[in-house]
Design a protein around this ligand. Structure first.
Ligand SMILES: [Zn+2]
Length: 239
């Protein structure tokens, strides 16, 4: 059930009946030269589309947080940066309102690495406030499953490009897809470091991506997320 389309009467109807809300969180950031700036918004939205089809009567899907924290690639055109401090508070206050409205399971579905510190802290704050927080970083948590479909991963790399092809192919220009296998020797912070480590705002090999791989990634990741939610609802939270 998508919150953005509900009126207040319909929202009231589900309060107390549905206890789980998914908040997709993305960012606006350069993704190679071939992918749209909204890549990290489009992929979590592609995942919730699939969840909506299978369990839309059991979860509320909140509107996406479109902006996130962009530091490493801030020097590339089209990147919009929200500080970790502001993003943390923003996510916390969205979650807090939803907990107050009766949604005790807050699912933070993240599409962007730079958001992780904010989501981690906001998640802890929301748990302290009384919610149960389930965080998904799709490309990290389901790496094993993704690597059964793709040879490699990367920022605008094979997996991410494939996933965007599955949801927004007309906005991808595969004639501009490239490979960049450069990696920093350590976690080095320096102004505009992304110009060195993420040449063309890219890591990995985008040329190996395909729409078919992307469909499979989104299917598999959404399926794994739903399996985990089923276990959370039964309170089977350890393996
Ligand atoms: Zn991305």
């Amino acid at each position: 059930m998508k919150m953005i389309y509900l009126n207040q009467a319909k929202f009231k109807e589900i309060q107390g009946k549905i206890d789980t809300v998914i908040i997709p969180i993305g960012t606006i950031e350069a993704h190679g030269e071939h992918l749209p700036l909204g890549t990290d918004v489009l992929i979590p939205e592609g995942l919730v589309e699939r969840i909506e089809v299978k369990m839309g009567d059991r979860v509320l899907i909140a509107p996406t947080v479109n902006y996130g924290h962009v530091w490493t690639l801030a020097a590339y055109p089209g990147s919009v940066n929200i500080s970790t401090e502001i993003l943390t508070k923003y996510i916390y206050e969205i979650g807090k309102s939803l907990i107050d409205a009766g949604f005790t399971n807050i699912v933070l579905l993240n599409g962007h690495g730079g958001n992780i510190p904010a989501i981690t802290t906001a998640g802890e704050m929301l748990a302290d406030y009384g919610g149960q927080v389930i965080t998904f970083n799709w490309w990290i948590d389901f790496r094993e499953e993704i690597l059964e479909i793709c040879e490699g991963q990367g920022h605008a790399g094979e997996d991410e490009t494939s996933a965007v092809l599955a949801v927004a192919e007309p906005y991808c220009d595969m004639s501009l897809a490239k490979a960049n296998n450069k990696k920093l020797i350590a976690n080095i912070k320096r102004k505009n470091i992304g110009k060195i480590s993420y040449e063309h705002a890219l890591s990995g090999d985008a040329t190996k991506a395909s729409r078919e791989k992307g469909e499979r990634i989104l299917e598999r990741v959404a399926e794994r997320m739903m399996e985990i939610l089923e276990e959370v609802w039964k309170d089977n939270i350890v393996e």
